[in-house]
Design a protein around this ligand. Structure first.
Ligand code: XMP
Length: 329
């Protein structure tokens, strides 16, 4: 029978057999569940011949770099290099307003950094890393290549790397996809067996382009990223304190490129407007806006305006998907 408990042992053995005793493996960690569980599994199989990189693109949430690096190092003992590429990303994004252009720039910059990481490693090891870990899940596999017949078969976990968008071109890396027969909830269960902290396994999804698609317009203007981080943190912490985090698919704040008039103290202000968005969903394809109690919203809005300099108005997004999307850009 097909059992999750067996998957762990089989995968570890399979990775060991494939990689052998000499080769090195690289992995880009996003801070998300899939790449973290995939890397932890590979680390269990081959130890420190796994080399991970985590890129701070300057578009992460409040204290996110510190928080995820802590989990990688202290809880999971993963060998991770943290690259602070904030300036590199933000200088490329300067003046860019179009959402798809933002995504393209971020994707391209990420490849450059990953490329440099792989080449540095090659210098250090005196040989090229041979494999690349990816946290591909079963639904991604079905999408690209529907399997024939009935249930899942535990086939070989490794296929050669032909043309996975966004990876070092001249490296000729073979792919290791240890999660490719699993669904999201099974990845979480596997993460539990591997001692990935629970609060990490339950994190809301976060888009690859990060806060770049949550600051509408030019992300480098003024201190919009900084304001957004503070607002988002207050919103998320309030949701956690109210015990609502696990009921919500995704919750976040959005920085709007408009100012409105307010009165704070005995001063008129002309400051920023932020929006709060929270949705429930099964898979992100459709979503319903989440209904908070008035008291909760009142507390959050007051706290935001009282603590975050430069914000004098808070609005809530009350549209579902469709007609809206989850993100604003
Ligand atoms: P939308 O906004 O299209 O989002 O309703 C559906 C889900 O996808 C996430 N999302 C992204 N994830 N790169 C990602 O990795 C992206 O460019 C991106 N855009 C949206 C979004 O957060 C939601 O979970």
């Amino acid at each position: 029978g097909w059992k999750l408990e067996n998957v762990l042992d089989e995968e570890v053995k399979c990775i060991k057999d494939t990689v052998g005793l000499e080769d090195h493996v690289i992995c880009a960690l996003s801070g998300g569940v899939d790449s973290t569980v995939a890397a932890t599994l590979v680390h269990k199989a081959i130890g420190d011949r796994l080399h991970c990189v985590f890129v701070d693109n300057g578009l992460l949430r409040y204290k996110e770099r510190e928080r995820v690096m802590d989990t990688f190092e202290k809880d999971l003992h993963l060998p991770v290099t943290c690259v602070d590429a904030t300036d590199q990303f933000l200088s490329k994004l300067k003046g860019v307003i179009d959402p798809e252009t933002k995504r393209k720039i971020i994707g391209k910059e990420f490849i450059c950094i990953f490329d440099a990481f792989a080449h540095d490693l090659e210098q250090k090891l005196g040989k090229k890393p041979a494999y690349l870990v990816q946290g591909t899940l079963y639904p991604d596999v079905i999408e690209s290549c529907p399997p024939p017949g009935t249930g899942r078969t535990h086939s070989h976990t490794i296929k050669s790397h032909h043309n996975v968008g966004g990876l070092p071109k001249d490296m000729k890396l073979k792919l290791i996809e240890p999660l490719k027969l699993l669904f999201k909830d099974e990845v979480r269960q596997l993460g539990r067996i591997l001692n990935v902290p629970e609060q990490f396994l339950k994190r809301h999804p976060f888009p690859g382009p990060g806060l770049a698609v949550r600051v509408l317009g030019d992300v480098t203007e003024g201190n919009s990223l900084d304001i957004l981080r503070q607002v988002d943190e207050i919103f998320i912490q309030s949701i956690k304190e109210a015990g609502l985090y696990d009921l919500i698919w995704q919750a976040f704040a959005v920085f709007l490129p408009v100012r409105s008039v307010g009165v704070q103290g005995d001063q008129r202000t002309h400051s920023h407007v932020v929006a709060l968005r929270a949705v429930t969903s099964q898979d992100g394809m459709t979503a319903d806006w989440y209904y908070f109690e008035h008291k909760f919203l009142d507390d959050v809005a007051r706290k935001i305006c009282n603590t975050v300099r430069g914000v004098n108005r808070v609005v809530q997004d009350i549209t579902s998907k469709p007609p809206s999307t989850i993100e604003w850009e």
